[in-house]
Design a binder for this molecule. Structure first.
Ligand code: SF4
Length: 69
């Protein structure tokens, strides 16, 4: 497990946005730590069409804070 910080995908509202929030996403948000081999889709409008897959510690300027569980 590795710490996930503000600005990184694991805490971004676009991380896994295209599907229901699962236990893994909820756990990353609540514990602010993640298994860094985990990947999920980025739902940002500029990335979604490319089916970008990101890890919880990836990031970009499109970050928006995920709504609290
Ligand atoms: S790539 Fe950017 S927009 Fe997509 S989940 Fe990560 S921080 Fe959010």
């Amino acid at each position: 497990m590795q710490a996930v910080h503000e600005g990184q995908c694991g805490l971004c509202g676009h991380f896994g946005e295209g599907h229901a929030k699962n236990d893994v996403l909820v756990s990353i948000l609540s514990k602010k730590e993640a298994d860094v081999v985990f990947v999920d889709d980025c739902g940002h409008p500029k990335h979604a069409g490319l089916h970008l897959k990101v890890t919880p510690i990836s990031g970009c300027d499109g970050f928006v804070p995920a709504a609290a569980a």
